[in-house]
Design a protein around this ligand. Structure first.
Ligand code: AHR
Length: 502
């Protein structure tokens, strides 16, 4: 059995837990909207056609914000197509996903769904095929209470109150050659600045996100952020980061260490943004909106033959996650929490059916994928302040990241106690973790493990299905003792340990 020690010192506070860390993403892509959140005629659908089973799982997941309507989709989207009487809404080619968009759902329905679900909407504007005017029009439609052509149109369409959307993304992945209207950093930076300036004339209090890189392996990574921020520094609040990971060539150990790339991504963007700020003589700090992250077997999509047809809501990007995916996913979540001082928002991409924690059958069942569990547990238990912890533990060698620690962890603390989120990346060995809860015990007597759960499985490739939805789910971990505090973490596991005073 491997051995490790971990000291929790509340003095190593990073920042408050940001609720927007637990954001998600709904794109008009595949079955995320249609037969995902929306399916009129489904046995659980409400009078607006929103699936009640998906709403219940969304609430259980604990998501806070939701980005919409894309993604690559937004770069060809005309928001006007999706408002007004449904029978007059046009069907359009969606070039990004080679599908037909029926526009049955648009901004008004989406915002209504977020209200029912209790989520904050986060809107992206099209800076691929469109520009300043269309972005300002959408903002007027959404946020002006009344008395202008577009705000009155919203009211006439049934939305009496303004949508009051605070966070806006200035385009999507404009650094990517796959993006409709792809631009150079200078071209995009200029357009983003012009759009931001005009949007702030409508509403100075908006939070605006400039597009950063679509991945740390993009050839323009770093220089893209520097150029875009040179143009937009005073006009935006956040720069976006997007990252997806998958197991490649059977290298499970390397995959479980993928959070190393996310660490590198975050620290590079933070130092690049700070360097631009220093050059401009600004004291303002740009924060990060990690508004797309997940495990995604993108190589399978790239290997597939190009589509010849234009289907409505086809099954696309429907990855079925296994235990190891959920553990890598948990490690990414730990990384986002560890950087709560600069990562102000994050969106797990996406919510339903499309690389998602929730899966549905059209007309049928909905269930939790393996990745549902780390997210739901962290959203529920990460409260108060983030506390940095650095376990003393064995390491292992990976081809991509060199030597990496077998444990990856973060803690949060509130009045009720402390919660540790820990991943054991060893593919073979259980690990005994000795805990020193330090000052949590001072003056308050001993510290005990109030509750511990583990997400693991003897088959690291075990998945949940509609017929066996709880095959991979957190179970109580009773393999622990007090005085001194110790707990055993199985190989390839995600663990949540709640500590309180004895
Ligand atoms: O989330 C799926 C896709 O990944 C999004 O549309 C795009 O922004 C990214 O490349």
């Amino acid at each position: 059995m491997l051995q490790a020690q971990l000291t929790i010192d509340p003095a190593h506070r990073v920042a408050p837990v940001r609720r927007r860390t637990f954001g998600t993403f709904v794109e008009h892509l595949g079955r995320c909207v249609y037969t995902g959140i929306y399916e009129p005629g489904h046995p659980t659908a409400d009078e607006e056609g929103f699936r009640g089973d998906v709403l219940a799982l969304t609430r259980e997941l604990g998501v806070t914000t939701v980005r919409y309507p894309g993604g690559n989709f937004v770069s060809g989207y005309r928001w006007e197509d999706g408002v007004g009487p449904r029978e007059r809404r046009p069907r359009r080619l969606d070039l990004a996903w080679h599908s037909t968009e029926t526009n049955e759902i648009g901004v008004d329905e989406f915002v209504r769904w977020t209200r029912v679900a209790g989520l904050e909407p986060m809107m992206a504007v099209n800076l691929g095929t469109r520009g300043v005017q269309e972005a300002v029009d959408l903002l007027e439609y959404c946020n002006i209470p009344s008395g202008t052509a577009l705000s009155d149109l919203r009211i006439a369409n049934g939305a009496k109150e303004p949508h009051d959307i605070r966070m806006w993304c200035l385009g999507n992945e404009m650094d990517g050659p796959w993006q409709i209207g792809h631009k150079t950093a200078r071209e995009y930076g200029r357009l983003a600045a012009e759009t931001a300036r005009a949007m702030r004339m409508v509403d100075p209090g908006l939070e605006l996100v400039a597009c950063g890189s679509s991945g740390s392996s993009m050839p323009t990574f770093g220089t893209w952020e520097a150029t875009v921020l040179e143009e937009t520094y005073d006009l935006v609040d956040h720069v976006s980061c997007h990252a997806y990971y998958e197991e490649k060539d059977g290298d499970l150990g390397g995959f479980l260490a993928c959070a190393n790339d996310m660490e590198h991504f975050i620290s590079t963007v933070v130092s690049t943004a700070d360097q631009v700020g220093a050059r401009l003589g600004s004291r303002k700090k740009i924060s990060l909106s990690f508004d797309e992250w997940n495990v995604w077997y993108m190589s399978r999509v790239q290997a597939a033959a190009p589509r010849q047809d234009w289907p409505v809501a086809p099954p696309l990007l429907e990855d079925h996650y296994h235990l190891a995916d959920a553990v890598a996913f948990g490690s990414l979540l730990i990384t986002l929490l560890r950087h709560s001082d600069r990562v102000a928002a994050a969106c797990m991409a996406q919510l339903v059916n499309v690389i998602a924690p929730i899966m549905t059958e059209p007309g049928g069942r909905a269930w939790r994928q393996t990745t549902f569990h780390p997210f739901a547990q962290a959203a529920r238990h990460a409260r108060g302040d983030v506390v940095r912890v650095e376990p003393v533990c064995p390491t292992y060698e990976t081809a991509e990241f060199g030597e990496v620690p077998v444990l990856h962890a973060v803690a949060t603390q509130d009045e009720a106690g402390m919660t540790l989120f820990v991943v054991n990346r060893s593919t073979t060995e259980p690990l005994e973790l000795a805990l020193d809860a330090g000052p949590l015990g001072a003056g308050g007597g001993a510290v005990r493990i109030a509750e511990a759960t583990t997400l693991t499985h003897e088959d690291v490739y075990a998945r949940n299905t509609a017929d066996d939805p709880d095959r991979v789910a957190p179970r109580p971990n009773t393999d622990h003792r007090s005085d001194p505090l110790r707990i055993v973490l199985p190989p390839v596991s995600w663990n949540v340990i709640r500590l309180s005073r004895a």
